[in-house]
Design a protein around this ligand. Sequence first.
Ligand code: GDP
Ligand code: MG
Length: 163
Amino acid sequence: MTMTVAIVGRPNVGKSTLFNRLVGKRLALVDDRPGVTRDRREGEARLGHLSFRVIDTAGLEEAKAESLEGRMRAQTEAAIDDADVLLFLIDARAGLTPTDRAFAELARRSGKHTILVANKSEGRDAVAGALDAYALGLGDPVELSAEHGEGMGELVRALVQCF
Ligand code: GDP
Ligand code: MG
């Protein structure tokens, strides 16, 4: 049976960039503006010798802050429900935000296997954020650069433990 992996986290951490790298097609919309992916996207991921179904999350439409957050949350919760494994992304350059902590709480409460991913970890300025990530209580972060394709081997190793 195919495993389903959901990529979750607050807007702009690089979820769609990772999704595109895993799926190898431009199925998800990536933009410099935070959270432009409007709808949930799914694809068949290939990573090393693994293949699995992957869900990109966090459709964020223009709306008032409250309803916007509510929609993001509902979409993320639905994807988490469908998933066997969560890739929980944070931005290693930005450090942790309260929104990261809120999404982490959703992941924790779900009881699903969760792999903490410190994205944007290329270069030296990422180190502080990666250390910060331990505070989430989701274990050791996989340090990744979805944009540059660094750390994908470590991601394979983390996923293999869950499959
Ligand atoms: P999403 O909102 O979580 O789906 O984030 P996106 O995938 O749309 O990416 C948001 C921004 O972060 C875009 O400008 C990406 O180019 C950038 N980004 C994504 N991954 C990386 C990375 O590994 N390193 C750096 N430096 N930027 C990244
Ligand atoms: Mg996106």
